[in-house]
Design a protein around this ligand. Structure first.
Ligand SMILES: *Cc1c(COP(=O)(O)O)cnc(C)c1O
Length: 360
């Protein structure tokens, strides 16, 4: 493994302990275990418990494993929507979630604001919809929804289910699970793990909804339907042969973060974000893309850049560092800098100092 530091927003740099956990996985034959064995069940249980503690998920919520977060977009729409979903859209990921609902014929409605903007809760009237879909952190633009805004929008429709895509903010946020029915994420962003594992948190209301749709003779899909995930998870297993290595590593890294102190890690995330935004605001080359400071992401910092972004990483090459370009149409005019638990305060300070030396 090289010692290059990736501040890219996904996949991101590996959490520092991942290499040693991969070695211990190999020594313990984790990749050859039967997924119906007691050894697998014990890995599954440890990971679920560590995730539950780290994200403060109540015991009556289920934690399921899938192939990716993109897969969970499909699954949550298939299992929790019969007629229609409602989506808040403000960038490429929230838009893709909405489009997935269209492709699945779920008649989605949306409230959309421009790329780089957050939502003004007073402008939103939530329509009747079985499932409200919100993206906590829009990774393409660097807009993070304040949790209080998520809750006040959801409170317009207390009987709808709420799912939050928290792929690029987890494990930073602590959600109020009395107001949230489902959370989805994958592991190659905030957890600094190899890609190829999604985590789907759901309450019993989601399971009941899936059962209700199925009882009416309508399809909830087959692969990873909520009833199929639940029927295996009661014995700490999965329907298919899962990504056992990924599940093992997620449990280890979640435990490492708990051992460091989850609170401390969250405070450091805020400190690193403020160092990055301070630098960007003072720099002659960069400026914050998200105008409203209340909507600026803590975990994915997006800046406009005068020097085209493809020219920046070659300058960082000699310091063995790499940052993300803009997303889609704004690829060249923006940079995206990940601020995840695996990135230390010292590394962020070094990145800032190297950017100052190489650009301004
Ligand atoms: C990366 C990302 C996804 C997709 O995650 P995969 O693991 O690639 O499926 C979904 N939503 C958001 C907000 C993301 O940043």
């Amino acid at each position: 493994m090289s010692d290059k530091i990736y501040f890219t927003p996904g996949p991101s740099g590996l959490y520092p302990t991942v290499a040693s956990h991969i070695q211990s996985a190999l020594l313990n034959d984790v990749c050859s275990l039967s997924h119906r064995s007691k050894k697998y069940e014990s890995i599954h249980t440890s990971t679920v418990e560590a995730i539950r503690e780290l994200l403060q998920i109540p015991s009556d919520f289920h934690i399921f494993f899938t192939g990716s977060a993109t897969e969970i977009w499909d699954r949550v729409l298939e299992n929790c929507v019969e007629e229609n979903s409602f989506h808040l859209v403000n960038g490429s990921f929230s838009k893709r979630f909405y489009e997935t609902a269209k492709e699945l014929n779920k008649n989605p409605k949306k409230f959309e604001v421009a790329f780089g903007k957050g939502f003004n809760t007073s402008e939103i009237t939530v329509p009747e919809a079985e499932l409200l879909c919100m993206t906590h952190n829009e990774t393409s633009s660097g807009v993070m929804m304040p949790l209080s805004d998520i809750y006040s929008i959801r409170n317009q429709k207390p009987d709808s289910l709420l799912v939050i895509d928290a792929v690029s903010s987890i494990p930073y946020p602590i959600f109020d699970f009395t107001l949230v029915d489902s959370v989805l994420f994958s592991v190659q962003k905030g957890f600094g793990l190899p890609a190829g594992l999604g985590v789907w948190v759901v309450n019993n209301k989601c399971i009941e909804k899936a059962n209700l749709i199925a009882t009416k003779g309508k399809s909830i899909g087959s692969y990873h339907s909520l009833p199929s995930l639940l029927s295996k998870s009661v014995s700490n297993q999965t329907p298919e042969t899962p990504n056992v290595l990924g599940i093992y590593l997620l449990g280890k890294v979640a435990q490492d973060i708990l051992n460091r102190g989850a609170d401390k890690v969250r405070k450091e995330t805020e400190l690193k974000a403020s160092l990055l935004y301070d630098y960007i605001e003072k720099s002659a080359n960069f400026s914050a893309f998200v105008e409203n400071p209340a909507h600026r992401s803590t975990t994915v910092v997006v800046a406009n850049t005068i020097l085209p972004s493809p020219q920046i990483n070659p300058l960082l090459e000699k310091y063995n560092m790499s940052i993300g370009t803009g997303y889609g149409k704004t690829k060249d005019q923006q940079v995206r800098i990940a601020n995840f638990p695996g990135h230390s305060v010292e590394q962020i300070e070094e990145l800032i100092s190297n950017l100052k030396k190489s650009i301004a």
